[in-house]
Design a protein around this ligand. Structure first.
Ligand code: NAP
Length: 305
């Protein structure tokens, strides 16, 4: 079996940036992606803080450009789902794919990103797709002139709450503290929006509805008061978890499954690098994912030579 010099697992901004740098360095590389490139950014309505786009750009358009850029430098693409990675006797790495396919390579960049975290309350799983959503860009238009709740207080919750006011007639943001985690500029925009109302110090205990969402049961943590809020949609943005399950026990991670690396993106396993939202770092943004991808590809080239 042919041995690649580099396989990049995941085609979000980190993986695509790594592919651009690897392609320009003439590495014999492959980009392995479950479906099509893009990652989480694909479902981001508007990206306002990526340098070079002062008017903002849709997440879809941004990753589309990144993918076209990577293709220009000749990266080989393959679809497949990685089940595990194992070390061979000759020190090369074997990527085991679903369907018993295997790829041999000298180095790997893990750029598998992260996915949304669930709230874990009664009614959430049953009503997902029937009023419960984790993607405002995908499902927002279904809630025209309706009342929706957003759960969370980070950048995602606040940004998507603002986006939802394009469709919904009222957007409640339910946050478990009395202070948002989101950046100040987003906070200001949301506070000034007359269609957004904040419900502070509160958690959603249950999402109710028979065929679709009808209400949420809320507990105010400070007063202990319980109430029911009639809504037709619930958008949950309570953080993300890294897509690193298939690597458990293979590379060092923190308790949450974020991969530990050095400044060169090297993991605890020789020849394995990590980049983007799956990596343990202080700022999870497109711009830092892209930076990680470039650094990882540079480190691969350096270490191979
Ligand atoms: P996040 O920053 O981790 O925020 C998660 C929010 O959910 C927090 O407000 C947290 O409350 C709340 N939360 C967590 N668990 C909860 C639970 N069980 N019940 C109720 N609330 C809960 O996650 P994120 O907003 O998805 O953002 C992830 C990363 O992407 C961040 O680094 C963010 O900056 C970045 N991002 C950036 C942009 C942008 O720049 N435009 C847009 C989206 C995301 P506490 O505050 O009390 O912990």
């Amino acid at each position: 079996m042919d041995k690649k010099q580099l396989v990049i697992i995941g085609g979000g901004p980190a993986g695509l940036a790594a592919a651009i740098y690897a392609g320009r360095s003439d590495l014999d590389g492959m980009l392995l992606e479950k479906l099509s490139p893009g990652g989480q950014v694909l479902i981001t309505d508007r990206v306002d803080n990526y340098p070079g786009f002062p008017e903002g750009i849709s997440g879809f358009d941004l990753v589309d450009k990144m993918a076209a850029h990577a293709r220009k430098f000749g990266i080989e693409e393959k679809n497949g789902e990685v089940v595990s990675i194992t070390r061979q006797d000759d020190s090369s790495l074997k990527i085991n794919l679903a369907g018993d396919e295997e790829i041999l390579t000298r180095t790997i960049i893990i750029a598998t990103g992260a996915t949304h975290r669930a709230l874990g309350v009664k009614g959430e799983e049953e009503l997902t797709g029937r009023g419960v959503s984790y993607c405002a860009t995908c499902d927002g238009p279904f809630f025209r002139d309706q009342v929706v709740a957003v759960v969370g207080g980070g950048d995602s919750a606040v940004q998507e709450a603002i986006f939802l006011t394009k469709f919904a007639k009222k957007v409640y943001v339910i946050h478990r503290r009395d202070e948002l985690r989101a950046t100040k500029i987003l906070q200001k925009k949301a506070m000034e929006n007359p269609l957004i109302e904040f419900i502070w110090d509160s958690i959603v205990e249950e999402i109710m509805g028979s065929d679709s969402v009808e209400a949420v049961r809320i507990l105010n943590k400070k007063s202990g008061a319980k109430s029911t809020l009639a809504v037709q949609g619930v958008f949950i943005f309570v953080g993300i978890q890294p897509n690193t399950k298939f690597l458990r026990g293979f590379v060092d991670m923190d308790q949450g499954g974020f991969i530990k690396t050095d400044d060169w993106m090297r993991t605890s396993e020789k020849g394995v690098y990590a980049a983007g939202d799956c990596r343990l770092k202080p700022l999870l943004q497109i711009v830092t994912a892209v930076s990680d991808g470039a650094t990882a590809a540079f480190a691969v080239e350096h270490d191979l030579s």
